[in-house]
Design a protein around this ligand. Structure first.
Ligand code: FAD
Ligand code: 2HG
Ligand code: ZN
Length: 439
């Protein structure tokens, strides 16, 4: 996003865990700050040095260590790109349990470090469940080898969980053991155009009931998100008739064991949605080919890229009750308008999209440039709304450099004090990604 800059002069690109260990030992002795960097696709400035830290890039640590096609357990170096792991296990009919728009650049180590959620969480759960083991180099250079491939291991504290979502503040992840699910035999998707946001929740209820075990994604984009995606060439635009009167869209994906069975379920769903007196949807566009399947997904996955092409984005990634998604977006829009920042002002768009199935709204504000006036108008306004719902100020992107000052909106003083003690225990000299997560 070009939002953060530091004064680093050095990037190190180790090729082995031992080299990472030697780097950390040296930096710890000399009290040199270290920023672990994966694919650099994070959205909260976590991988950007904000002082004069040494950057440790994991991109040369990029081999698959083993894959067991029976159990589906993959053990890989942290620097493997997510898409390359997907490609590696595809011939064995397995898929990665995580998928996100940045898959072509982000690394599995970065995914674990951020506890990335993404588009498949609804189906396969979070990395706290699918990651079986980790190899981590601690700030003093000690290698913590917890790279187990066991499904069950109740032998005391589960230390690996601390590194999942720690954003590189406790150690450098060098290896990941992860459970990969079997590839579905059939995948379909459909984009549904809705006349009103109020219909999203009743729709979700019906879709869950009717598609049950084959439902694998239920993603939401509002009209502004759709228009921006189309404007910036993401995916195939629907026809004018299809989008007429649509306030928002929902993308439903199914992944199942038998194509005919899944298609029948989807068609029945569409029929039952349309053949009622007051339908919840205006229309549904079903993909008819692998190209159309990708193109429908691109409308949803491409929103982030479209937003970046449109202007400078302010990103809020929040967990709030599903029923309040629209209220939060509308309240932010009205608030900016009342401050004279929207309309003829510096803010171009306020949009909402995200993972309905996970209760995770992405609220993006697109402006001509980053300015203190917009920043002051947005914060603490948005954090206070989130806190009023007892929501999370960061559902899946993390805290990074962007939200350290706002951590208290989602974590109690007792929790923050414990987090600081844990940080102190692992990293007493505060060399691991300083200034991130904790102030
Ligand atoms: P980086 O950006 O390089 O680093 C992120 C953080 O992890 C930093 O704090 C860094 O220090 C730390 N880190 C990286 N590697 C290691 C390591 N080996 N050991 C220790 N710490 C490390 N996120 C979601 O959750 N869901 C989404 O759906 C999603 N979609 C996205 C779509 C697009 C188009 C983009 C650009 C981003 C998206 N993101 C999403 C955010 C981002 O892609 C994820 O956070 C991703 O997991 C970051 O991986 P990375 O390898 O790029 O990590
Ligand atoms: C997504 O779900 C990502 O598309 C990115 O998490 C969200 O850019 C964003 O705000
Ligand atoms: Zn997301």
């Amino acid at each position: 996003m070009g939002k953060y800059r530091g004064g680093s002069t050095t990037v190190l690109k180790p090729k082995t865990t031992q080299q990472v260990s030697q780097i950390m030992k040296w930096c710890n002795e000399k009290r040199i700050g270290v920023v672990p960097q994966g694919g650099n696709t994070g959205l909260v400035g976590g991988s950007v040095p904000i002082r004069d830290e040494v950057i440790v890039s994991l991109s040369n640590l990029n081999s698959v260590r083993s894959f067991d096609p029976i159990s589906g357990i993959l053990v890989a170096d942290a620097g493997c790109i997510l898409q390359s792991l997907t490609d590696y296990i595809a011939p064995h009919n397995h898929i990665m349990p995580i998928d996100l728009g940045a898959k072509g650049s982000c690394q599995i180590g970065g995914n674990v470090a951020t506890n990335a959620g993404g588009l498949r969480l609804l189906r396969y759960g979070s990395l706290h469940g699918t990651v079986l083991g980790l190899e981590v180099v601690l700030p003093d250079g000690t290698v913590l080898d917890q790279l187990t491939t066991l499904r069950k291991d109740n032998t005391g504290y589960d230390l690996k969980q601390l590194f999942i979502g720690a954003e590189g503040t406790l150690g450098v992840i060098t290896g990941v053991s992860i459970l990969t699910p079997p590839a579905p035999q059939a995948s379909n998707n459909v984009i549904l155009a809705l006349p009103s946001f109020d219909n999203v929740l009743p729709l979700y209820k019906i879709v869950k009931r009717q598609l049950s075990e084959i439902l694998s994604a239920f993603e939401f984009i509002d009209r502004t998100s759709y228009d921006l995606a189309v404007k910036h060439g993401q995916g195939r635009a629907l026809s004018e008739d299809e989008v007429a009167g649509a306030e928002c869209f929902v993308l439903v994906e199914t992944s199942g064991g038998k194509r005919e069975h899944d298609e029948e379920k989807l068609n029945n769903l569409l029929e039952s949605l349309l053949e009622v007196d007051t339908p919840l949807i205006n229309t549904g566009v079903l993909s008819q080919s692998p190209a159309q399947f990708s193109s429908l997904w691109a409308l949803r996955e491409g929103v982030t890229e479209a937003v970046s092409k449109e202007g400078k984005p302010y990103k809020y990634d929040i967990s709030v009750p599903l029923s309040s998604f629209k209220t939060v977006v509308d309240a932010t829009r009205e608030h900016l308008r009342s401050k004279g920042l929207l309309g003829d002002g510096a803010v171009k768009h306020v949009l909402g999209y995200g993972h309905v199935g996970d209760g995770n709204l992405h609220l993006n504000i697109v402006a001509d440039s980053y300015t203190p006036e917009i920043q002051t108008a947005l914060e603490p306004f948005i954090f206070e709304i989130v806190a009023s719902y007892r929501g999370s100020i960061s559902a899946e992107h993390g805290i990074g450099a962007m939200k350290t000052h706002a951590l208290h909106y989602s974590k109690s003083d007792v929790s923050i004090a414990l987090m600081k003690k844990i940080k102190m225990l692992f990293d007493p000299h505060n060399i691991m990604n300083p200034g991130k997560v904790l102030e």
